[in-house]
Write a protein that binds this ligand. Sequence first.
Ligand code: ZN
Length: 115
Amino acid sequence: MEERAAAELIEQARAETARLAAALTRQRDEIVAAAEFSSADDEHDPEGATIAFERAQVQALLRQAQDDLAALDRAAERLRAGAYETCERCGGPIAEDRLRALPATSICITCANRR
Ligand SMILES: [Zn+2]
């Protein structure tokens, strides 16, 4: 893959993931604000459990999005170092199709299946 194509791939994935993380952050803040509002006059609100569950779910998705962003940053570093298409485990090539599907991946399909 050409370096410019790889850089675009990473940048595009990063922009999408950043948008997702921003949306999830807003969602979490809304849930937190709603929880504060609903527990203002009743601590034993039956909705409290639902809100806590929703909040945990959104929090987990947000953490995943942040991990993905960090992985994409590492991918950009590997690209700058000329190692984007090289598997971190075995040193073999990472197939272009795999990088297009998973721009943040650092291992080849063989190593991924071995995990
Ligand atoms: Zn490998």
